[in-house]
Design a protein around this ligand. Structure first.
Ligand code: PLP
Ligand code: COI
Length: 359
């Protein structure tokens, strides 16, 4: 008997779908939510109470631990529609694994991958019309886990809730992005939680990002917290440079950078195409030099929500450094198209990355 045989998801469907209220031609990120959500509860590490219910508010206790001490983690993934109508997920097993790595770091319970996958696919089958299939659109899926025990003492909670909901979305950024090198604040420090997808990491980034946005930059380009000497990542994206034909990205071994699934996919595709890849430290000084000299021909961010985001310019210590025009960027344009075609089933999935849900 497999774990999912005993999972037994209780399903209560909505009597009134909200899908007709959605303008699929204009989908600001996170404005709309699909009709249903999944939830489950773990008490002393044992998962149960699996249910799919109409999407809506949940009731919480004011002393719920996640609100006070921040045991809260999440994932982000997208569903697409293949030409034959199937629903496509991109490397969902990696999200299940990363959720558990984040859980371990935050002293939260393991969620068996079988439960994650069964919850996800059952929910998607029910909300399948929300994957519109329109060019540029996808259904953004948000699995998350939080400490739901009412407890005031500072200790790992004994009760957790895992949920999944989804939101039809268009592009996260409307065009190439402007970054500002961050040399004062940090989102993560060595030994901290930067390599976990922990809610608090995003809170730590809000204030510096707001300061940058007030000056017209989309995101901060984070540097290491001890010397602000080496590039780490940006916003909700890993960062890549093409320098003299070599694809360079900071290593995730520092434990301050989220190991992105898009990052890993870009690296694997580059290697498959014979493009040399270096996962190594890149200093601010080097970045400044290679942009100024023209040796850096491409710079982009990579992430689920942002997909491949071309960097138009970087503000380095007060000076805007422009990168070459987007049309000239062969590698990033090609990898963006290739990954998009794999995700939507228009390109042969030679890496075995997609999961098809026939509808
Ligand atoms: N870095 C951070 C901080 C993120 O939030 C994300 C988004 O999930 C990424 C990188 C990219 O990760 P992925 O490609 O798995 O979405
Ligand atoms: C993602 O790319 O999935 C993210 O986590 C971005 C999200 C925080 C908006």
């Amino acid at each position: 008997m497999s774990l999912t045989d005993v999972m037994n998801i209780h399903v209560e469907k909505t009597t009134r779908s909200k899908i007709n209220e959605v303008n699929f031609n204009d989908l600001p990120f996170g404005k709309y939510f699909s009709d249903h959500m999944f939830s489950a509860k773990a008490v002393n590490g044992e998962w149960g109470e699996f249910q799919i219910t109409p999407f809506g508010p949940i009731s919480i206790h004011p002393s719920m631990s996640a609100l006070h001490y921040g045991q809260s983690i999440f994932e982000g993934m997208k569903a697409y529609r293949a030409p034959n109508g199937d629903i496509m997920l991109f490397r969902p097993w990696e999200n299940a694994r990363r959720l558990n790595r984040s859980a371990q770091r935050m002293c939260m319970p393991n969620l068996p991958e079988e439960y994650f996958m069964e919850a996800l696919t059952t929910l998607l089958e029910i909300d399948q019309q929300w994957v519109s299939g329109k060019e540029g659109n996808s259904l953004y899926i948000r699995p998350f886990m939080f400490a739901s025990e009412p407890v005031l003492g500072v200790r790992p909670a004994n009760e957790y809730t895992f949920m999944i909901f989804s939101s039809p979305v268009g592009n996260y950024y409307n065009g190439p992005i402007k970054l500002m090198l961050e040399t004062r604040y940090s989102r993560a420090a060595k030994g901290g939680t930067g390599n976990a997808k922990a809610a608090g990491n995003y809170a730590a980034a809000l204030y510096p990002a707001k300061l940058g946005q007030l000056k017209g930059y989309n995101q901060q380009l984070w540097t290491d917290s001890s010397e602000h000497k080496y590039i780490e990542e940006s916003g909700t994206m890993n960062i890549f440079f093409l320098i003299n034909g070599v694809l360079v990205t900071p290593p995730t071994s520092t434990d301050t950078i989220l190991p992105g699934i898009t990052r890993d996919s870009v690296i694997r595709v580059a290697r498959h195409w014979g493009v040399p890849v270096e996962e190594r430290l890149i200093s601010v000084e080097e970045m400044d030099e290679v942009i100024a000299s023209g040796a850096c021909t491409e710079m982009f961010g990579a992430g689920t929500a942002a997909t491949i985001a071309h960097v138009e310019l970087v503000n380095i210590n007060g000076v805007d450094r422009m990168l070459p025009s987007i049309e000239k960027r062969e590698f990033s344009n090609k990898v963006a198209r290739y990954l998009s075609d794999i995700r939507t089933g228009r390109e042969e999935d030679i890496f075995n990355w997609t999961l098809r849900i026939p509808v």
